[in-house]
Write a protein that binds this ligand. Structure first.
Ligand code: CDP
Ligand code: CDP
Length: 212
């Protein structure tokens, strides 16, 4: 069983994917970490982010254990990830790993941007998670404040919008709902309510019902 969860930054897809995986005893892959790893490698190489050859080399030599997850969580790395993610050869180099993960038994939950459209179009369940850019930026701001930093809320909103714009308008594997994805708007949902709604969707699809 494959559950594909796609959506823009801070829509809550990672939290949902993790909780759904625990609920069903499935394995979980945060595919954003792959692009973040490539972005980080390019930053460390000192090369320009638009230097395609450095990004392609990093993707082709991708090593999941190279960077601790915490080092990949910054907004600087997120921005680098979304720049390298627009390079077709980078995406191609990362396909095999994701497709093989999708075959995990008894099931896999993968979150990202193109899981339901490109990586696993055969997924039994596809959820496209959204929330307004303002709500998503607010979540990011609260997250950063929780770590004790001084936060420029307007800059966080501008960064989120710029990343949405890049992710939705690139030529290869743009962020968009698969035709058979169920939309889940979490703007007014807390985490627990969003998890319940997502599990209801999975149960409905598994039972062959149309989700409410
Ligand atoms: O993976 P993605 O970037 O889509 O989002 P996330 O990392 O799951 O969630 C981003 C932040 O929003 C986290 O701090 C979550 O705790 C929070 N969140 C929320 O406030 N309400 C939700 N319904 C989902 C997530
Ligand atoms: O957690 P958040 O949504 O902020 O970011 P992420 O999921 O870690 O993804 C970082 C960047 O990687 C995104 O802005 C996309 O450009 C890229 N990405 C992608 O192109 N395809 C995926 N399946 C996952 C991430």
């Amino acid at each position: 069983m494959i559950i594909a969860i796609d959506g823009p930054a801070a829509s809550g897809k990672g939290t949902l994917a993790k909780r759904i995986a625990v609920h069903y005893g499935f394995r979980h892959l945060d595919s954003g970490l792959l692009y973040r790893g490539v972005g980080m490698a390019v930053i460390l190489s000192g090369g320009a982010l638009h230097d395609k050859s450095a990004a392609i080399a990093a993707a082709q030599a991708y090593d999941p254990g190279r960077f601790p997850e915490d080092d990949l969580k910054s907004d600087e790395v997120a921005k680098a990830a979304s720049i390298v993610a627009a390079i077709p050869e980078v995406r191609t180099a990362l396909i095999a790993l994701q497709r093989s993960f999708a075959q995990s038994k008894p099931g896999a939950v993968i979150d990202g941007r193109d899981i339901g459209t490109v990586i696993a179009p055969e997924a039994e369940v596809k959820i496209y998670v959204t929330a307004t850019a303002e709500e998503r930026a607010g979540r990011r701001v609260r997250e950063l404040q929780g770590r004790g930093g001084l936060v420029d809320a307007a800059a966080v909103l501008a960064d989120i919008k710029a990343r949405d714009e890049r992710d939705m308008n690139r030529a290869v594997a743009p962020l968009k709902p698969a035709p058979d994805a169920v939309l889940l708007d979490t703007t007014y949902l807390g985490i627990d309510a969003a998890v319940r709604a997502a599990i209801d969707i999975v149960e409905a699809v598994r039972a062959g019902r149309r989700p409410a």
